[in-house]
Design a binder for this molecule. Structure first.
Ligand code: 5GP
Ligand code: ZN
Length: 118
């Protein structure tokens, strides 16, 4: 897809902070990170979402996510981690090129503390 930003990033036409790459995937740091180390697994081929992507490519993305998440945990010492994947604008998808979010979580990141009425 010629006008897709993640196609351009995944295929190296636009520079990115790449933390992992193989022939099918590139993993980059998110430029609006939710936490330190927030990364995105991008397939190099264009699929809009979970409904378009072939099963074997999802499996490949999950394998890459597991490997990279383990490295992130080792390097950054996060206390937990979210794997997130949005499909469609109503579900929060803003870039219509399938991607997995790897979001390291820290006990002091505050995002797990829910507001409670007093
Ligand atoms: P979505 O909301 O579609 O699940 O996630 C899109 C993510 O991509 C967001 O977290 C956003 O910060 C990130 N993002 C959008 N454009 C770029 C970009 O050009 N470079 C990088 N590194 N991240 C981007
Ligand atoms: Zn694309």
């Amino acid at each position: 897809m010629s006008d897709c930003i993640f196609c351009k990033i995944a295929n190296g036409e636009i520079p990115s902070n790449t933390i992992y790459e193989n022939s099918e995937f590139r993993v980059i740091l998110d430029n609006g990170p939710a936490t330190k180390g927030h990364a995105l697994v991008l397939p190099k081929a264009h699929y809009a979402d979970l409904f378009e992507i072939p099963e074997e490519t999802v499996a490949g993305a999950a394998k890459v996510a597991k490997e990279v998440a383990s490295k992130i945990k080792e390097k950054l010492g996060c206390d937990g981690l979210n794997l997130v994947q949005n499909n469609g604008p109503v579900a929060g998808q803003t870039v219509m090129h399938f991607h997995l979010h790897i979001i390291p979580r820290y006990s002091n990141d505050g995002q797990h503390i829910l507001w409670k009425p007093t």
